[in-house]
Structures are given as C-alpha cells and as structure tokens.
Write a new protein. Structure first.
Length: 650
C-alpha cells in the first residue's frame, strides 16, 4: 500500500470518527480488516475485538453482524447504505446509526461507521438526521459526489471510445447522450441533446422515412418490453451500400414505466461482405466436392464420416447414408488405418501439411479396392483440428496392371535364370565330357597304336609294345572301352535328366515306393541290421516315378553304404508340407560328411568323401539333377561321424 493511499485513509477515518464512535474497515470477502475507535470513547470497551473475523461469523447481537446484508447491497449498488438498530451496552438499551460507505480508496474495501444516536429527538426530525447536516456528513456527501462524477467520466470515456454507435434517449425519445462514433462533430452532438430523431434528420436534410421507422421500433421496444433488433441499409456518398445492425434496449424504472432507451448500432458491411464471400467459397467448395471426378470425404478427428461425394460411394459400394453410420476404419483393409497414425501425428504437429499413401478398402461387395489416398487437416478457430479432407483416386486397375507387369517381369527373370542355368549346365556337361572321356579315349589310342606297331613287326619299344603281350594289350583295351562306355552311360543319363522336361508325372504313393526301394536293398538292410523309421504327413505326390525312386534309392543306399562300423544304421524318412511346398527329409546316423571341407563339392560329379566304399561319386549329382530339373532344390545338414540329413523341397 503506497503512502498516498495510507494518508487518504487516515484523513477519511479521522473525519468519520468525528461523527461516529467506531469506524470498521471491511475488505473482500466481508472480512473485518481494521477497527478505529474515537479517542476517549468507552462505549465499546466491553465488546470483543472483531478484527480478522467475517461479518457472518460474528454473534447476532454484535452491531457489525447486523451489517452483512447492507454491505452486500452497498457493494452491488456502489451506493451508501444507512440503517438504525438497538443494542444493549452497559446494561442499557442504546440506539445506533450504521452507515456503510463505499468510499474507500481501495475498490475492494469499504467503511462501516457506527454512531451513537441521541435518545431525545424532535418528533418532526427524521431518525439519524439533524436540522443542519454536520460538516462531516457534508464532506462525505461531497466525497460521494466526487466519486460519482469520477465514475460518470470513467464510463463516459469508455462509451466515447467504443467504435459502435451508442445513443441514450429519454421516455419521450429525446437524446440524452450520443457518443462520437455516432456523431463525429462535437457541436452537433451538443446540439442534439434534447432533440428527437425527426429533428435531427430535418437538420441534416435527410428523408424522415428512417426516423419514422426508428420511432416505430422505439414503440415496439416499449410495448413488448424487450430488445428490438433490425438491419438497416443506407447509401453512402461513394455510392456503396452501408449495412448497419441496430438494437434498442428499453430500461424501465421501479414502477414499470419506461425510463430510458439505449440505442446501439454497428456497421456490419464488412461482416456481410465476408459472409457473402464465405457463402461463395462454400458453394465453390461444395461444387468441387460433390462434382469431383475423384472420391472425396470429410472425416471427423475420431475417424467418422462427416460427408462423402458420389464417387466415394461408387468406389466403396456403399450409399452415403450407410457410410455416415460408420467410420473409415469399417472399410479399411485390416491393419492399414493404423499405419497412418505416425503420419497423422506429424500432420497434427504441423510438421507436414498433408500426406499421400496407397491404401486398400474393402467394398460392400467384399472386393479389394486400391486407392491413392491424400489426407489433409482443416484447423478450427481455436487452433484445434476441425476435420480431415480425404481424396481417394481409384487405382485398382492400375495396380492390377502393375501386378501383372511385376509378375511377368518375375517370370522373365526366372526364365533368364533358367537359361543361364542351362548355359552353365551345358558348359559343365561339356567340361565333364571332355574331362571324363579324355583318359579312357587316350588309353585306347595309345594301346591300339602299340598293337598296330607290334602287328606290323615295327620296332614298338618306344610305343609300349614291349611292355605287354598282344593278349594283355587287348585286355587293356577292353577295360578302357568298358570304362568309356560306363562313363558315356552316366553322362547320357545326366543329359537326359537335364534336358528331358517332358517326362510325365504320375501319382506316386510314397509308402509303396519306399517299400520297393527297401526290397531292392533288402540284402544290405538285413546284413547291417538297419532300421527304417517313417513319418509321412504327405502320402502322395505328383512326380516322375522313376526319378522319385532313384532319389530315394540313392539316399537309402548311401545311408547303408556309409554307416559306421559296428553300429546298426537307423534311417528316418519324413514328408511334410511347408507352405505350398512338399518336404522330403532323409536322416541317418552314419559317418557323416565334413561340410567345412567338402561343402562346395558335395553335389558335384565324381566326388567321393569316404575311402573303402565302392563309389564313383555320381549318385548325389544325379539326385540333385533330378530334383532341380522339376524346380525343386536339395540341401544337406551334416557333421563328421554324426550322420547326414538331406532335405528335398519338391
């Protein structure tokens, strides 16, 4: 509290104590903040101290407790309040005058003055008053008048600075006040006080039509006892139309008679223009929305349809009414709407203005419709998201064509790979033929040359002629030609498998084929006490029977051939489905293969990984060729001395 206010309070309190015995300061919430007593007064010595207490909490017999209702009235009306009451003090009944004065320098406080009244009064003298007003009360009255004048100037200043037109008229419709926004010229405003609308319009050389209409509005407000509102259009000097919103507020006195009329008007030309522009914009938007060639929709922040156009209905197969009862999630492809959450979050954080993604909808006919979806947000005036605008372009046909192109490209790529494989196979086969036939053919050539030289009695020492007899030479030639024919037979079998794709497929019963192969290997199975376990989830397959028998024969014969000495072979054959493929698994407990050493050679031709066995290294190469020639593949899992497991994907 500054020094000026403290000084002013002290002056006011000193003045009030000249009239009253006690001055009470009441702050916000009706709490007694301070109490001043007149010096030398002993009348309140026996009353308890009230400071710090709420008026409503005081005992009813206390004088301050009787002020609560009047304090409320003084605060609401900002007017002085006075009443008289009685209280028993010093065992006698005393009369007091209570004045409540809202003249405190601080707006949220007021003063209560408690005066001890004289018992003897003139019969014609009003209670609480004297024939001549005391200087103190006169000063209080002056203080109040000053305060009221300050308030009047305060509110007049507010009204004078309001941009709207404001006028106050009396019950005879004569002007009491006009603000500068209504009439700019100060002299005219002064002249207008006490005049009517008609006199004003005559003074301005204007038609009385508007003045007569206003008078009818005044009468309507008076008779209907309610606010009257209308829109008035007038021409301006520039030839434009001025649109004004006018309101008439009738104010009635305590007896119900018209006291004053408050006239309020505002130029709403810009508002009307903005509304017309908004209407035009809305019409353009609605036309673009409903007549668009692409699907469009308005979606709430919660995902529900607010509006959809005809194309969106055609795209989804639902009517507008059906869509409006659901949300966009109802037709979204499972899981796809959730994919957009991060993008929507970025859009709501204003990191991106919109986003475009490819999404799928499920139409009413249960067909998948692929659309190019663009989603943007429309913000409300409170900077909160109002709704989303969705634009959907049907790209189902385009997507299907892209899928066809992708599939064809995949087929072309597969064909390319097959051709490259064929080229590689041809190169590999050429190499194998050159490599495997060179030795036997060379041996035959050398031996025949030596025999021819011997037969012609030539010196054949240099041509190995002396190293063997004729019979021995012929034996060597027979062995070489036999090896050559065996090699040629294997190579022809391989070539036939690689290039004979027209081999017919048949319904192969896997159990029966396993039984046939087991019968062919019966001697080795009995000799080695082998055990064959079966777990056949797939019982029949479509495959060339000769190839399938050969594949099983090679797996079983190798498992028997490369079993560990002294340990009976245990062979497990399984079939199962993996997706759309059939798996054939053959597992044994034999000698196994060191894949770290031979992993890249295991399916090569003429590769032998264990000594002491009658093997030419052709079986696994043939098996791989038979499997791959019909689009399958083969793999192996093995460790040395821990057996092998071959897996064929058919």
């Amino acid at each position: 509290m500054n020094t000026e206010i403290i000084s002013k309070i002290a002056t006011i309190v000193d003045t009030l104590l000249q009239v009253g015995e006690r001055v009470v300061e009441v702050s916000e919430g009706y709490v007694i903040s301070r109490i001043w007593d007149r010096k030398g007064s002993t009348i309140f010595q026996k009353e308890e101290v009230w400071a710090g207490k709420n008026l409503a909490d005081l005992p009813k017999e206390y004088l301050a407790a009787k002020c609560a209702e009047k304090v409320t009235l003084a605060i609401s009306t900002e007017e002085n309040q006075y009443f008289e009451c009685e209280a028993i003090l010093d065992f006698s009944k005393q009369k007091f005058g209570i004045r409540i004065l809202p003249i405190h320098p601080e707006k949220d406080k007021l003063f209560i003055v408690i005066e001890l009244l004289q018992v003897n009064r003139s019969k014609n003298q009003p209670k609480g008053s004297s024939k001549q007003e005391s200087p103190v009360l006169s000063e209080i009255r002056n203080e109040i008048e000053v305060r009221f004048e300050q308030q009047r100037l305060y509110y007049e200043r507010i009204l004078n600075n309001i941009s709207a037109d404001i006028a106050v008229l009396d019950a005879d419709y004569r002007f009491l006040y006009v603000n500068p926004a209504n009439v700019r010229d100060e002299e005219t405003r002064k002249w207008l006080i006490g005049k009517t609308d008609e006199e004003f319009f005559i003074h301005r050389n204007k038609s009385l039509v508007i003045a007569e209409r206003r008078k009818r509005m005044y009468e309507a407000a008076r008779n209907e006892r309610q606010v009257i509102e209308w829109i008035e259009k007038t021409g301006t000097l520039t030839g434009t139309i001025k649109t004004t919103l006018r309101r008439i507020y009738p104010v009635f006195d305590e007896k119900g008679n018209l006291d004053i009329i408050i006239g309020y008007s505002m130029n709403i030309s810009e508002l009307i223009s903005a509304q017309e522009e908004l209407k035009t914009t809305r019409e353009i938007f609605e036309s673009a929305f409903h007549d668009s060639g692409i699907g469009m929709a308005l979606i709430s922040a919660g995902g529900r349809w607010l509006d959809v156009n005809k194309v969106m209905c055609e795209l989804t197969g639902y009517s507008k009414e059906e869509l409006m009862r659901t949300s966009i999630r109802a037709i979204a492809y499972p899981g796809e709407w959730e994919l957009d959450r991060e993008l929507i979050k970025k859009m709501l954080l204003k990191e991106i203005p919109n986003f475009t993604v490819e999404r799928r909808y499920i139409s009413k006919q249960s067909k998948i419709v692929t659309v190019l979806l663009t989603l943007s947000v429309v913000w409300g005036t409170n900077e909160m998201p109002g709704f989303f605008i969705a634009q959907a372009i049907d790209v189902t046909v385009k997507k299907e064509l892209e899928d066809v192109v992708t599939r064809k490209n995949s087929e072309l790529e597969a064909t390319k790979i097959k051709l490259l494989n064929k080229v590689n196979q041809l190169e590999e086969l050429s190499y194998i033929i050159a490599h495997n036939l060179r030795g036997p053919a060379g041996n035959i050539k050398v031996l025949t040359e030596a025999l021819l030289a011997k037969n012609n009695n030539e010196n054949s020492e240099g041509k190995l002629g002396g190293a063997f007899t004729l019979e021995e030479g012929l034996g060597f030639i027979h062995e070489a030609s036999t090896s050559l024919m065996s090699t040629l037979s294997s190579l022809m079998q391989i070539a036939e498998i690689k290039f004979n794709k027209d081999l017919p497929k048949s319904d192969c019963n896997i159990q029966m084929i396993i039984d046939d192969v087991s019968m062919q290997l019966q001697t080795s199975i009995i000799e080695k006490k082998a055990k064959i376990n079966l777990s056949l989830e797939v019982l029949n397959i479509q495959y060339p029977k000769a190839y399938f028998e050969s594949i099983l024969y090679n797996f079983l014969s190798n498992a028997l051939k490369y079993s560990k000495p002294g340990i009976p072979p245990e062979i497990t054959i399984k079939t199962m489905m993996e997706g759309k493929n059939i798996l054939l698994k053959v597992k044994d407990n034999g000698m196994g293969i060191d894949l770290d050493k031979y992993g890249d050679k295991i399916f090569k031709l003429n590769q032998v990984f264990h000594g002491g066995a009658d093997s030419k290294g052709v079986g696994l190469y043939l098996t791989k060729t038979q499997v791959e020639s019909f689009g399958g593949n083969i793999s192996v899992v093995s460790r040395l001395n821990e057996g092998c497991e071959f897996v064929v994907t058919i």
